[in-house]
Design a protein around this ligand. Structure first.
Ligand SMILES: Cc1cc2nc3c(=O)[nH]c(=O)nc-3n(C[C@H](O)[C@H](O)[C@H](O)COP(=O)(O)OP(=O)(O)OC[C@H]3O[C@@H](n4cnc5c(N)ncnc54)[C@H](O)[C@@H]3O)c2cc1C
Length: 438
């Protein structure tokens, strides 16, 4: 078939589809399109957020947030809205946004529920979850940067000594220093018992040798918490605070990573990296303590992803209201409304679930079943929301400028990050069946 045949074929199809519309009706609908397109104002963009007031109320934000957490959430959301125009560029360039990270520090968002400011106690756990939701509303990679950064703050608070805390906590909560958390290895992903990076004692020092992969913030971090086997107490895995530039530590950026590009990931090659004994976290002894860090990490993921989903829903709503096809906004079409309803119910239920979990987290560690159930639900639901938003924006949805694709790519990674969908399924399944299927 030559190109003119193709055109004829499309022409015939077009004639068939629109045979019921006379010329006058088509003309009228086209002029309406022009008027309506001209009416796309900033105010309309804000209406999409207003339309989500029902979702916000259903999820129960107001009832759950204490005044400090509510104020922090507003500060974070304001920062994210202001930063939006630069987020796409930072994503395409794979550039860590130092300035916005520092601003988040100034806003009190880093380690908010772990370290108090100006003599005040730390904020609630709900505040941390609200921060993660607000940051991923801006970008999931930035949220991932906060997740690992906060995980190191948590490890310092829980397992560090006074001098380690004095050295690192202040610059970390201010966003003046960036942290990374290095557990995963080329041959140790879901099964962290397979970690084989080795630390060997030599006098007052330790020599660390091995490899780590998929380390968020790795190429940017000032300090990396590296987990390695020490040969002590059943070859326990212990944590070492390794500073940027330490001889023997080579950080290779994974430049081709397609998701979370704002928080560049790296491979670490460690060849007899010498660190003093004081670099070791004295109170972290193996898998139970590592899992405490990972539980914190999972709570940030299952809260954060719903922020990305919320942003995708907002964008889809705004687009559907302003995109005219067949002479009317696509928002007036039942199939589009059904998709928007599917999205809204996922966002509302996902937010309600993490807010409820965050409240209970205040009282102490949560049952693994609960965390896995919500991590699994929220990551899958958020991804579905992003895919539906992409579909509503159709061709425009594939354009990174429209933001949805960036959120979608980030959410693809969150599906596997913080424990994969399948591993959380095994945790839930074991509780239900009392059968270990790992
Ligand atoms: C963007 C990004 C950032 C990351 N940042 C960090 C970081 O900062 N620090 C860090 O330490 N790690 C980080 N990771 C690594 C992450 O924690 C791992 O990807 C995750 O633990 C899964 O490991 P894996 O990718 O090696 O997959 P694998 O464990 O190899 O799994 C491959 C597949 O097999 C399935 N599978 C595995 N075991 C079982 C089983 N028993 N039964 C059924 N199915 C199974 C999995 O569900 C998955 O589908 C990051 C990953 C990504 C994508």
């Amino acid at each position: 078939m030559n190109p003119s045949d193709t055109n004829t074929a499309f022409g015939d199809l077009f004639d068939h589809l629109f045979s019921h519309l006379d010329d006058e009706a088509l003309e009228e609908s086209h002029s309406q399109v022009k008027v309506e397109q001209g009416a796309q104002t900033l105010q309309e963009a804000h209406q999409a957020a207003d339309r989500l007031a029902g979702v916000e109320a259903f999820a129960g934000w107001q009832a759950v947030l204490d005044p400090e957490a509510a104020a922090l959430r507003q500060r974070v959301l304001a920062l994210m809205r202001q930063w939006q125009p630069q987020a796409t560029e930072a994503f395409t360039q794979g550039r860590f946004p130092d300035e916005i990270f520092r601003q988040l520090g100034q806003a009190g968002a880093l380690g908010a529920s772990l370290v108090g400011r100006d003599g005040a106690p730390p904020l609630s756990k709900v505040a941390t979850c609200a921060v993660m939701h607000g940051v991923e509303y801006g970008d999931g990679g930035l949220r991932c940067a906060l997740t690992v950064h906060d995980s190191v703050i948590q490890a310092l608070v829980r397992f560090g000594n006074e001098s380690q805390q004095a050295r690192w906590l202040d610059p970390l909560i201010r966003g003046e220093a960036v942290a990374a958390f290095a557990l995963t290895e080329p041959n140790a992903g879901s099964d962290i018992r397979a970690v084989s990076t080795k630390a060997t004692r030599q006098g007052d020092d330790w020599l660390i040798t091995g490899a780590k992969s998929w380390i968020t913030n790795g190429p940017r971090a000032d300090v990396i918490l590296i987990w390695a086997r020490t040969g002590e107490r059943n070859d326990a895995i212990r944590g070492f605070l390794v500073e940027k530039g330490t001889p023997g530590l080579d950080v290779e950026p994974i430049a081709t990573a397609s998701a979370m590009r704002i928080a560049p990931v790296g491979r670490l090659h460690l060849d007899r990296v010498r660190v003093p004994h004081r670099a070791m976290l004295p109170h972290a002894w193996g898998l139970t303590d590592i899992n405490a860090c990972l539980d914190y990490n999972r709570m940030t993921v299952l809260s954060g992803v719903m922020g990305g989903a919320r942003r995708c829903l907002e964008i889809a709503l705004e687009y559907a209201a302003n995109r005219y096809q067949f002479g009317v906004p696509i928002a007036s079409k039942q199939l589009v409304q059904a998709m928007l309803a599917d999205m809204a119910q996922r966002v509302a239920l996902g937010e309600m679930a993490f807010l409820q979990l965050a409240q209970r987290w205040e009282a102490g560690p949560l049952p693994r079943f609960d965390v896995s159930l919500v991590k699994r639900h929220n990551c899958a639901a958020a991804l579905e929301v992003a895919r539906m938003a992409r579909s509503i924006l159709a061709a425009n949805g594939t354009d990174l400028e429209r933001q949805v694709m960036r959120h979608l790519l980030n959410l693809e990674a969150s599906y596997s990050y913080g424990g994969t969908h399948e591993i959380h399924g095994l945790i839930v399944g074991k509780e239900l069946t009392r059968e270990n299927a790992f």
